[in-house]
Design a protein around this ligand. Structure first.
Ligand SMILES: [Zn+2]
Length: 323
């Protein structure tokens, strides 16, 4: 039996779904953000199922975002549960603050390079820093390899690394029940943002001249998920997904439409990614500058890959033009 425990977050996305797996060991998937409110809600939700934090024997984390892992340190201390996470995620979980800082450095460099004004970048950096307290860290007792199986008395969950929404996205596949625990990989009511983030476990020079192509990576991951004979995907936010292949097809069509729109804007005249984001989303391109930049760059990557668009650098700022 798996229970969904929706835990409040201070973010626009609303509640995050944690999952209580009633099995041996008793397992919690994701923790909610690090706040008193989330902790209270989690304790109440566990109590509804006759459980306490101290009863948890295993905690599994689906990916590196703070709404999913913030309470991990507090829960680890109180429960002594075994903490499990993808091997690539382990160093992030062990030093969340330091990793978030380095992700912000990448975000800042990318924003400036793609035409976002310095004052907007500075403001966003301080917003991001103020969010960091909702994160948390814990020692990872059991780093998980892609493809390995996490055993329980009554189930086996196969670990599947499916990066894109974040570099550490991990799915847990119960083949016998045709049930997939999906984190934020596939959400019914919103398309998961392929956020640009530092590659994990890479060599220091990995960024090189390029940048992580988050949307392309995400679409490759979705193609693999589409092939799973899943009856249900238990998502990190919102309702469970029952028609995952149809939903994935819908996401692909949406990305194609968005890429075509961006190609048309670039065909009119060369533009920076920031200008494209403003054309598409107006003021949201300012208040959510990194999110919208990630969206634009993801689709521009598709166009570059198809040879429709090329990158031109003028004075340290990138512009895109039709090729
Ligand atoms: Zn997420």
């Amino acid at each position: 039996m798996i229970h969904c425990l929706p835990i409040p977050t201070p973010f626009a996305v609303g509640r995050v779904n944690c999952y209580l797996i009633e099995d041996d060991p008793l397992t919690l998937v994701d923790t909610g953000p690090n706040s008193g409110k989330a902790l209270d809600a989690l304790e109440r939700a566990l109590a509804e199922h006759g459980r306490r934090i101290e009863d948890l024997q295993r905690i599994v984390i689906t990916h590196q975002h703070l709404d999913h892992l913030g309470l991990v340190g507090i829960l680890a201390d109180r429960s002594r549960a075994e903490i499990c996470a993808l091997d690539l995620l382990a160093p992030v979980l062990e030093e969340f603050g330091a990793h978030a800082e380095r992700d912000d450095e990448l975000a800042e460099a990318l924003m400036l390079r793609h035409g976002i004004p310095r004052d907007v970048v500075t403001a966003l950096r301080s917003v991001s820093r103020s969010f960091r307290g909702w994160g948390g860290s814990a020692h990872v007792d059991r780093p998980l390899r892609d493809g390995e199986t996490l055993e329980f008395a009554d189930r086996r969950l196969q670990v599947q690394h499916r990066p894109g929404h974040s570099p550490s996205d991990t799915l847990f596949w119960d083949e016998r029940r045709a049930q997939l625990i999906g984190g934020d990989h596939l959400i019914k009511h919103i398309s998961s943002n392929p956020l640009i983030s530092r590659p994990l476990g890479g060599r220091s020079g990995e960024l090189g001249s390029g940048r992580p192509r988050a949307l392309m990576m995400y679409m490759d991951s979705l193609r693999e998920t589409r092939e799973l004979p899943a009856e249900v995907v238990l998502a990190g936010h919102g309702e469970p997904v029952t028609e995952h292949a149809a939903l994935i097809d819908e996401r692909f069509r949406m990305h194609e439409r968005r890429a075509a729109k961006i190609a048309a804007l670039i065909a009119e005249r060369p533009r920076t990614a920031y200008e494209i984001a403003q054309d598409l989303w107006g003021n949201v391109a300012v208040t959510q500058a990194f999110l919208t930049l990630s969206e634009v760059l993801g689709h521009v990557d598709l166009l570059i890959d198809r040879g429709e668009v090329r990158e031109v650098e003028v004075g340290g700022v990138i512009r895109y033009e039709s090729s």
